[in-house]
Write a new protein. Structure first.
Length: 366
């Protein structure tokens, strides 16, 4: 009974965070970007990336600062989320849209992403994370933003308009991919009715811009609350079923916190914008590794010193798979001359299924 309770808490937390991010949080960030007069590309790589990755950041912070939690939960969620996005999100995007892709932004972001993964692989080898390592991760993201700005200004200026397309600000919710009729839809509507009522009560920042900052702060509080529920339920669930905490984080928590990305990427790909879907997946992974992990590590180590016990064996195996998956995606794109294919999409999803199976079977403990 306790296992079912914790599973229900985790599932509700996923839905709660996804709805808050998609329906309210992203809209408030859009308004903030407009007030700060940020370009589409910069706002997409900073504020909007922060919006879709807020669940991962909150999860990492709670995993580090809660005495009852384990650091491996935070690190595992970030790494698992990156694996989920490179395999499942890109996989679904390829299935939904078989189109010609723009090779320049994919190679540009993939190169920086590969560098981020290598950094992470080096940092987790000693089963701890330090202040210097957290600072390097955050510093590399600032370097990435600078490089992105210079690229668009001097190297690939003629395609600037096309680049901005990849940061179109659209809101998608779980309802967009659920069946519109049937027993499943009715059940979900009944269970989530209180949450939908709560969201309707909160002023919409897109319609009332004066509520931008109050809604932004309120959303942060909701995301923090849902992350707390999720982390504590995951810790209890791991103890009850007798598996390492990082395995729960690498699989269940990772998939749940990536719901905003997979929903938006799938719908965008169905609309014929495969470039945007794949660019968002890779860009989100850069943010997750460098900021969603780097920033909590930097904050924690400034206050408490080094972080030990991050589940080195399972995490290392997963980071290696992350790097191998990126190479596989790039190789497939090169062989198909940067055409998204259903074969690649199904292959990536099958690899993820095998990865999850292997995680619970103990294959990652090398």
């Amino acid at each position: 009974m306790e296992i079912l309770r914790d599973v229900a808490i985790i599932l509700f937390s996923f839905y709660f965070m996804s709805e808050i991010v998609d329906v309210l949080f992203i809209k408030s960030l859009d308004n903030i970007a407009a007030r700060l007069k940020l370009s589409e590309s910069v706002s997409g790589a900073t504020l909007l990336a922060f919006g879709t990755s807020a669940p991962e950041i909150a999860t990492a912070l709670f995993a580090l600062f809660l005495a009852e939690a384990h650091p491996a939960t935070g690190v595992g969620t970030i790494v698992g989320s990156a694996i989920f996005q490179i395999l499942v999100v890109i996989g679904f995007a390829c299935i939904a849209n078989r189109s010609k892709l723009s090779w320049k932004p994919i190679l540009r972001d993939s190169a920086f992403y590969a560098f981020s993964v290598i950094l992470l692989l080096v940092f987790v080898q000693d089963n701890k994370l330090t202040l210097l390592e957290g600072a390097i991760l955050v510093g590399c993201y600032i370097l990435y933003l600078t490089f992105l700005n210079l690229w668009m200004r001097y190297i690939d200026n003629e395609s600037k308009a096309a680049e901005n397309e990849s940061y179109i600000k659209e809101e998608y919710a779980i309802e967009d991919v659920l069946p519109r009729r049937g027993l499943l839809r009715k059940t979900i509507d009944i269970v989530t009715a209180p949450l939908r009522l709560l969201i309707r009560i909160i002023p919409d920042p897109a319609k009332s811009s004066q509520w931008t900052y109050p809604v932004f702060i309120l959303c942060l509080g909701f995301i923090a609350l849902a992350s707390y529920w999720m982390v504590m339920a995951a810790e209890r669930l791991a103890l009850q079923i007798g598996i390492p905490t990082e395995i729960i984080a690498l699989t269940i928590l990772a998939g749940g916190t990536s719901m905003p990305e997979i929903i938006s990427s799938y719908i965008v790909a169905k609309q014929g914008r495969g470039d945007m879907a794949i660019a968002n997946a890779i860009g989100s992974n850069i943010f997750d590794i460098l900021m969603s992990l780097g920033l909590p590590v930097l904050i924690y180590t400034l206050m408490h010193g080094d972080i030990s016990g991050i589940g080195s064996a399972n995490i290392t195996s997963s980071v290696i798979l992350l790097f191998a998956s990126l190479l596989l995606v790039l190789l497939a794109f090169v062989l198909t001359r940067f055409h998204a294919t259903r074969l690649l999409g199904y292959t990536l999803i099958v690899i993820y299924v095998v990865y999850v199976w292997g995680a619970y079977a103990g294959w990652l403990e090398v």
